[in-house]
Structure formats: structure tokens, C-alpha cells
Design a protein. Structure first.
Length: 574
């Protein structure tokens, strides 16, 4: 893959990351080179919610092949992980700390993407992030707000306070935020790449980086850290890690094709929700109407109860994905929606021959938990029409930082269940079912839309409303991203402690109060919630439409710099 001209679009979780991606494209890199560069930069710019040792689900669309690949950048539970330990010692809960740690997957996902689909070296794409970490940047509102919100968690973890607080106090907006240990870590990997490339070319450089991180001195540092905190991760777990590259999961939606990662993420539930909305006829309803909001809530509930009943690592469980995404099943699910009344507390999950219904037990809890910051996004379309979309993730406050390296090892184990009858239950070598995911949509008229965003479980709900508003209800893409949203909290959270609140619906404050009353009359426990800040999902998208050309759109709900950069000046939406 190579970019032959300078027509491209970039949207990322921070404007400096978007600028780095654009710089890579300007010097001849392709979408994957630019996407990996932006993703690594986000581990610096959004280190409060993106860890260098975190997860990195990636989709790559190759225009020449008309094929979409899923690079499954998620780590596995250590081979010594013991679910009974949590039953015996923590009443079936997975507490904050080192025991949530799974294999850090992001570095291998980036290296795999570069090796399979990129054209540049690790040093080329990682050096900008190294410089940012070393020289610092002005702290943005997300970083400052996160340091205040999770101050106690940072203090409780000990070393984390030295990295994400200032003298044990929250960071102020504008504070020069320097990450010297992370800069040294990235710099050490850059040096390994250059030495390996000098001996064995680009492939040798990428292998040298992988060996250093997963088998060499850096692995020794990580395992020593884990042992100091009585964790389970071992050298063997790191050395055995390999990122699968598979065909993306596909679904027919609004006469187009939606590409997502598989059910080791929650992503196929986006396809299910959109299919239900399509089958019910959301295109006939005005956007942001009471009828549309009610339909959206009910469709999301139907899709997400199936997520809880069936989604998990397909290497360990049989997920009936073909049936879940079939037109016949979609019509049956849509027929369950009562346009006048909310399903309370939840509609039933689907029934499939040969699949146990015991997985559905324990699906509700008395209240909604605090949302976690856990994700950012990088989305790129290059001059050849190739696409990179990724949601690099993992929080800075959920586990102890590796002080020599400046990042937290992936704590995605928090998105597992201990109970053995749940499809996302903890097992040695199994991947948690992660909430973060990217998507790529090929529209019926030959256009494409790609991206993702932060917001834990609610990112799926935000994306469903954005795509339905644009594709089915005719809103311009920038208006669909900015349009008011509703969110159901009836579904258990993917993250510990998996709380839910029956019938609860949060309505963004831009929505008319009469609408809230109308939703309440249909059985939703409706309340207003803030439409901005770190507690709300926000979306970054790139698009190429036969009529509108290239676009790059960023959600106005975050003030941290979700900006965009495009070589096409006609659209600069923020």
C-alpha cells in the first residue's frame, strides 16, 4: 500500500495526533502508517485513557482488494489466572489492581499492522510520539478532569500519582504535561527498530521491537513489576502473545455493509441495533423525534441483551453470529417493539437451538456505575481509498503503573465476568469481551464512513444514533454527530461491577423537556444528563462520499481537542 496523492482525511481523539497522521501521509505513508503513528501519539496525548500497554482493536480496509481485515489487538488472561480465586476472596468480583491485568496487546497490534499493511518503520511512526512525551504538551480538559475525578484511585495505586497528579493534586488545564519515562520507553523501542532495520531491513526492525517488548529487557521489567504486586502475568504469557488478523465481521445494514471486529468485542451489537432500526422503519421517522428516540432505546435493548447472552471470545465459546445477524432474526426482534410502551425491565434474549439460556442469569443490578474513560480513536482515509480505524484504549487509574516504563499494563480483565455461565467469563488464555471497537461502513451509494470514539458501553449507543441519523434519516454527517442523543442504562455494564439500572434513560440536555415527559409516559425512567465532558461518548469519523467527497468530522461534546485535519479544505467541522 502506498499513497500516490495527497488527498486524505484524518480524524483523531486529539488534534496533535491528527496532525501527526497527516504529516505521515504528506511524506508518502499510507493509512496504516498514519493510523499507527496517531495511535501511538494518543498513548501520550490521552494517557489518562490510552495506555501504551493497553488494547488496540484495528480495522484495515484495502481498497484494491475491497476487503476489510480485523487486527484483534486485545490481550488474553494469564495462563495462571484463577476464577475461583475471585469467588473465594472477592465474592465473585474482579477488584481494581494488578489482578485485572491481561497481556498488553497494543504494541503487537501496531507491529502486525505495519508488517502486513504498512510501508514505514516503527521508528518512522513512533518518533513523533516520543518527542511529544519528552517535550510535553499543554494539559487538555479531559486530562485535567480525569486527574480530579480519579485522584483517589491514583493515590491508592501509589506510583500512579507521580505520573497523573502534580504534588498529589489534580492537573490544571494548560499545565505542561511531560512523560519522560514513556518517552524513554518509546525511544528504546525506536533504537531497537533502527538497529534491527540496519541488519535485516524493515521486517527485521519490526521483529526487533517485538522481541524487546515481549521477550527482552522490557518484558523483564514488566514481569518484575507484576511479581512485585503479586500478579499472574508471566514471561511465557508475553512471549506467546500473537495478534490474530482475520476478515472483519460483516452485516447488511441500510442496504450497505457494516464492518466490525468480532464478538470478542461488543461491536456486532451495533450491527444488530442498526438492522433492527432498519427493519422497524426508522427512515420513516423524523430525527430527534419522540418516536425515533423510543425506537432507538428499544432497538438498543434488544441488541444488547443478546450481547450479554452470547458475546465472548469465539475461540472459547460458540457465538451464533450468523443467526444473530440474519434478516429473519432481525425481523423477529423488531416485531417485539411496542411503539407505545417500553419493554420493562428488558426484552428477552434470542433463543437458538444448541445454545444455553443459562448465560442470561444475573443480568441486572440495582444502580448504574460510574462511567470509565477508556478509549480514544484514530481514523484515516488515504489517497488510494485505504482505511485505518482503531480505538486504542485502557485507563491510567485502574492498575499500578510500571514506573520504569510510564504506562499501566492492560487492565481489560475488568471486562470479564467470574461466573462460569456467562459468555464473557474469565478463563486462562481467554480474551475479555472489550467495549472498545472501531467500525467501517460502506454505504449503498459507494461511499465509506469509518471511525469510533470513547464512552465505554455508551460509545455503541452513540454510534448507532449517528449512523441511523445520517444514513436512514438524511442528516448531514456533521449534524448527525452533533444531534442530541438518548442512552439506555438498563443493560449491565461491560466493566466491573457490571451494574445496570432498570428502565433508566439519560437524555441529553439539548432535547426538549416535553420529549422527556413523553418518553416517561411510555415507561422510560427518563432524566437529563450532561451532553459534554468526560462522562459522555464522542465520535470521530472520516468519510468519502460520491457527492460530498472527503470529510473529517469530530464530536463537539469533548473539549480536549478532538479535531481533524484534511487535505481537502472544503470541510473543516468541529
Amino acid at each position: 500500500m502506498a499513497t500516490k496523492n495527497n488527498s486524505y482525511a484524518v480524524s483523531a481523539g486529539h488534534d496533535l495526533a491528527a496532525g501527526i497522521a497527516a504529516d505521515i501521509l504528506d511524506v508518502g505513508g499510507n493509512a496504516v502508517d498514519a493510523g499507527v503513528a496517531a495511535s501511538i501519539a494518543l498513548t501520550v496525548l490521552h494517557s489518562e485513557q490510552v495506555q501504551f500497554g493497553g488494547v488496540a482493536p484495528i480495522l484495515v480496509y484495502l481498497a484494491g482488494e475491497d476487503r476489510c481485515y480485523s487486527i484483534e489487538g486485545a490481550g488474553r488472561w494469564p495462563t495462571s489466572a484463577d476464577p475461583q480465586y475471585f469467588e473465594t476472596n472477592h465474592r465473585g468480583r474482579i477488584p481494581q489492581g494488578i489482578l485485572r491485568t491481561v497481556v498488553p496487546a497494543a504494541p503487537d497490534a501496531w507491529l502486525t499492522a505495519l508488517a502486513r499493511f504498512g510501508s514505514m518503520s516503527f521508528a518512522d511512526v513512533a518518533s513523533p510520539a516520543q518527542s511529544l512525551a519528552k517535550e510535553g504538551f499543554p494539559a487538555h480538559e479531559d486530562l485535567a478532569a480525569c486527574s480530579a475525578q480519579f485522584q483517589r484511585s491514583y493515590m491508592r495505586m501509589g506510583e500512579n500519582a507521580k505520573f497523573w497528579l502534580v504534588n498529589d493534586a489534580p492537573i490544571d488545564v494548560g499545565h505542561l504535561f511531560v512523560q519522560s519515562k514513556l518517552a524513554d520507553c518509546i525511544g528504546t523501542l525506536v533504537d531497537a527498530d533502527r538497529k534491527g532495520s540496519a541488519k535485516k531491513g524493515r521486517t527485521g526492525g519490526l521483529q526487533a521491537v517485538r522481541d524487546l517488548f515481549y521477550k527482552g529487557d522490557m518484558a523483564n521489567i514488566m514481569i518484575r513489576h507484576v511479581k512485585n504486586h503479586d500478579g499472574w502475568l508471566t514471561h511465557a504469557d508475553l512471549a506467546a502473545h500473537k495478534t490474530p488478523v482475520v476478515s472483519a465481521t460483516t452485516a447488511s445494514v441500510f442496504s450497505g455493509t457494516l464492518f466490525t471486529p468480532g464478538p470478542w468485542t461488543q461491536a456486532p451489537a451495533l450491527s444488530q441495533a442498526l438492522q433492527i432500526l432498519d427493519a422497524y422503519g426508522i427512515s420513516k421517522l423524523p430525527s430527534c423525534s419522540v418516536d425515533a428516540f423510543h425506537l432507538i432505546i428499544e432497538a438498543l435493548k434488544l441488541a444488547l441483551v443478546d450481547r450479554e447472552a452470547y458475546y465472548g471470545d469465539p475461540e472459547f465459546i460458540d457465538v451464533p453470529l450468523t443467526e444473530l445477524l440474519s434478516p429473519e432474526y432481525t425481523k423477529a426482534r423488531a416485531s417485539l417493539i411496542d411503539k407505545h410502551k417500553a419493554a420493562s425491565p428488558l426484552p428477552p434474549a434470542g433463543e437458538f437451538r444448541g445454545h444455553s439460556t443459562a448465560m442470561r442469569s444475573g443480568m441486572t443490578a440495582p444502580e448504574t456505575g460510574e462511567l470509565s474513560l477508556d478509549t480514544s480513536v484514530a481514523a484515516i482515509i488515504d489517497g488510494e481509498g485505504n482505511i485505518f480505524a482503531s480505538t486504542p484504549s485502557d485507563a491510567s487509574f485502574d492498575g499500578p503503573v510500571v514506573p520504569e516504563l510510564g504506562f499501566v499494563l492492560s487492565t481489560r480483565g475488568a471486562q470479564s465476568y467470574v461466573a462460569g455461565d456467562h459468555p464473557a467469563s474469565l478463563r486462562p488464555g481467554k480474551r475479555p469481551r472489550v467495549s472498545a471497537y472501531p467500525m467501517i461502513f460502506k454505504t449503498a451509494n459507494g461511499g465509506v464512513i469509518a471511525g469510533g470514539g470513547p464512552g465505554a458501553d455508551l460509545q455503541l449507543q452513540a454510534m448507532a444514533q449517528t449512523l441511523a441519523g445520517h444514513i436512514a434519516q438524511g442528516l448531514p454527517l456533521v449534524d448527525a454527530v452533533a444531534a442530541p442523543r438518548v442512552f439506555t442504562h438498563s443493560i449491565p455494564s461491560s466493566t466491573e461491577p457490571h451494574l445496570a439500572s432498570a428502565d433508566k434513560v439519560m437524555v441529553e440536555e439539548a432535547i426538549n423537556e416535553d420529549f422527556l415527559d413523553a418518553l416517561t409516559a411510555r415507561g422510560h425512567k427518563s432524566a437529563f444528563g450532561a451532553a459534554s465532558g468526560i462522562s459522555r461518548p464522542s465520535i470521530c469519523l472520516v468519510a468519502d462520499d460520491p457527492s460530498d467527497g472527503l470529510q473529517a468530522v469530530a464530536d463537539p461534546r469533548r473539549a480536549s481537542g478532538q479535531r481533524l485535519k484534511s487535505s481537502k479544505p472544503e470541510r473543516t467541522d468541529k
